[in-house]
Design a protein around this ligand. Structure first.
Ligand SMILES: [Zn+2]
Length: 483
C-alpha cells in the first residue's frame, strides 16, 4: 500500500494516513437531504470523495464507502406539506434523481446509501445510551444533547461555546436548557410523520442518524469522514459529541476531510440564498467529464468560485485539449492490431518519461489528494505527446500502451476519458450487500415489508438478486440485463 498523507481538519495538519485495520478503510461522507433538486455544489463534494475512494482502492486499500441519505428532516416535512406529498416519498423521489445524476457523473465508488429511517432502532438505542449516561435530557417529548456535559465540544471547528451560541439558529424549542443544545429526538407535531419511542412519538434530530449509522456499520471509531466545510459546525461537532459520549471511544474519526464550498457571486450556493445552478441541467449541457474536470482542476480544500458563462466554458476548452491527446493515442492503439513486440519499440527516454508521469500522478494524489497538480501533469504529458506524436505512427501496441499509461491512470482515478463507467459500482460488493441485507432483515423483523421490498428492489437495481429461504437471505449477482 502506498504511503498517503491526509490533511486532518481536527488536528489541523497533514499526517500519515494509517487505517485502524489495514488494508480496510471506513469512509463516511455526509449525504444529501433530498428535499429539492441537487445543485453543482453537491456534485463537487460527490466527485471529490469519489476520487478519494478511487485513489485509495488503486493503492490497495479496501474502502467501504458509506454515504447517508437524510430522508426525514424539517425541510422535507415543510416541502412535503407545501406540495401535498408524503415527505418520505418526496425524499425517495429526489434521491432516485440524485442516483441517476451520480451514475451520469461517474460517481460509482459509494458502496451503500443508507436511509436514516432504516436505522431507527440504532438511533433510539444511541439516544437511550446518551440519556442513561447523563449526556442528554428529555423535555416535553423531545430529547436534547446537553452540550455543557461534553467539554471538548467545539474542538473540531475551533468554536467556543459562547461563539456557538451566536451561531445557533434561534428556534422555538421550549424546555431547552441552553441555546447550543441540539435535538436528538423531536416530539411529533400534528400531521408529521413519526416513529414510536420511549419518549413519545417523534423523529430523529439532524445529527443522530450519522453516528447511529456509523457506529453500526463502521464501528465506534473509523478512518475517514468527509463532507462540505459548511458541515463542520455544528453538524460534525455534534457527531463527535454524540458518538464519543455514547461509546466512550475517541477519537470518533481519525481524519476529517472537509471540501471547500462552490461559491456563486461570492456566496455559498444554497437554496435559501436562491443562487442555485442545477446539477442535472449542467450535466445535460456540458457532459460529465467537463464537469468532473472543472471540479478536479482545483484543490479540494479551496473554495471554488463559479462564474456563469465562463467557468465551464474554460473547463470545456481545456479539457478538449487533454481529451484530444488521449483520443489520438487510443485511436492509434485501436489501429495497432499487431501482437506485442511487433512495430517499433518505444524510445527509451519516452518510456521512462511515461513511467515518471504515472509516478508523479500517484504522488500528487497521495499528498492530500492534489488533483489540480495531477491535472497539470496530464497537460505536461499531452504536450510531450503533441511534440512527438508524428513519430508514433509505427509503434506497436505494447509501446502505445506505455504512452497511454498516464491517461489510463486518469481514467481509473479521476474518472476522465471515459472512466466514469456505467455507474454499476466498482467497490467490493460483499460488505455493502451484507449491510443492506442486515437493514432489510431488521425491516422484516419489525414487520415493515414495504421497506424490505424497497431494499430488495434497490439491490436488484444494482444487479443483485436476493432470495429468501428458510428465514435466511442469500444474494447473487443477476445475469447482465439485455436492453
Ligand atoms: Zn452528516
Amino acid at each position: 500500500m502506498r504511503r498517503v498523507t491526509v490533511y486532518d481538519t481536527r488536528t489541523r495538519e497533514s499526517r500519515l494516513f494509517v487505517p485502524l485495520t489495514p488494508p480496510k478503510v471506513g469512509l463516511f461522507v455526509c449525504g444529501l437531504t433530498p428535499y429539492d433538486e441537487a445543485h453543482i455544489g453537491h456534485g463537487r463534494t460527490a466527485v471529490i470523495f469519489d476520487v478519494v475512494a478511487r485513489a485509495l482502492r488503486r493503492w490497495g486499500y479496501r474502502v467501504l464507502y458509506i454515504q447517508n441519505v437524510t430522508n426525514i428532516d424539517d425541510r422535507l416535512i415543510a416541502r412535503g406539506a407545501e406540495q401535498g406529498v408524503d415527505p418520505l416519498k418526496l425524499a425517495d423521489r429526489h434521491f432516485q434523481a440524485w442516483r441517476d445524476d451520480m451514475t451520469a457523473l461517474g460517481v460509482r465508488s459509494v458502496n451503500y446509501y443508507p436511509y436514516a429511517t432504516d436505522y431507527m432502532p440504532e438511533i433510539l438505542e444511541q439516544i437511550a445510551t446518551l440519556l442513561a449516561k447523563g449526556f442528554a435530557y428529555t423535555t416535553q417529548g423531545s430529547v436534547y444533547y446537553d452540550v455543557a456535559k461534553f467539554p471538548s465540544y467545539g474542538a473540531l471547528s475551533g468554536q467556543r461555546i459562547e461563539m456557538a451560541r451566536t451561531g445557533t439558529r434561534i428556534e422555538s424549542e421550549p424546555g431547552k436548557r441552553a441555546s447550543e443544545d441540539f435535538a436528538l429526538w423531536k416530539a411529533a407535531r400534528p400531521g408529521e410523520p413519526s416513529w414510536e419511542s420511549p419518549w413519545g412519538p417523534g423523529r430523529p434530530g439532524w445529527h443522530i442518524e450519522d453516528t447511529a449509522i456509523t457506529v453500526r456499520l463502521l464501528g465506534a471509531r473509523y478512518d475517514l469522514h468527509g463532507g462540505g466545510i459548511d458541515l463542520k459546525f455544528p453538524h460534525h461537532e455534534a457527531e463527535i459529541a454524540q458518538a464519543e459520549a455514547a461509546t466512550g471511544a475517541a477519537p470518533l474519526v481519525n481524519f476529517w476531510m472537509h471540501a471547500g464550498m462552490l461559491n456563486l457571486r461570492g456566496e455559498k450556493m444554497s437554496k435559501s440564498l436562491g443562487n442555485i445552478i442545477s446539477l442535472h441541467a449542467t450535466l445535460e449541457r456540458v457532459g460529465p467529464e467537463v464537469l468532473r474536470f472543472y471540479y478536479l482542476n482545483a484543490h479540494y480544500r479551496q473554495p471554488l468560485d463559479f462564474v456563469e458563462g465562463k467557468s465551464l466554458e474554460e473547463a470545456r476548452e481545456a479539457y478538449a485539449r487533454l481529451e484530444q491527446a488521449a483520443r489520438r493515442l487510443s485511436e492509434a492503439r485501436g489501429a495497432a492490431t499487431g501482437e506485442d513486440g511487433e512495430g517499433a519499440e518505444l524510445p527509451e527516454r519516452l518510456a521512462r518519461e511515461a513511467g515518471e508521469a504515472v509516478e508523479r500522478l500517484d504522488a500528487s494524489l497521495s499528498e492530500d489528494f492534489n488533483t489540480r497538480e495531477a491535472i497539470a501533469t496530464l497537460f505536461g504529458w499531452a504536450r510531450t505527446l503533441g511534440e512527438r506524436m508524428p513519430e508514433l505512427g509505427d509503434l506497436g501496441p505494447g509501446a502505445l500502451a506505455e504512452l497511454a499509461a498516464p491517461f489510463d491512470w486518469a481514467r481509473e482515478v479521476l474518472g476522465l476519458f471515459g472512466g466514469g463507467g456505467t455507474g454499476a459500482g466498482d467497490g467490493p460488493l460483499g460488505p455493502a450487500i451484507e449491510v443492506a441485507l442486515a437493514a432489510r432483515a431488521r425491516a422484516r423483523g419489525r414487520g415493515d415489508f414495504a421497506e424490505a421490498d424497497r431494499i430488495r428492489a434497490e439491490l436488484l437495481d444494482a444487479g443483485i438478486v436476493v432470495e429468501d429461504e428458510g428465514g435466511r437471505s442469500t444474494w447473487r449477482k443477476a445475469p447482465p440485463r439485455i436492453a
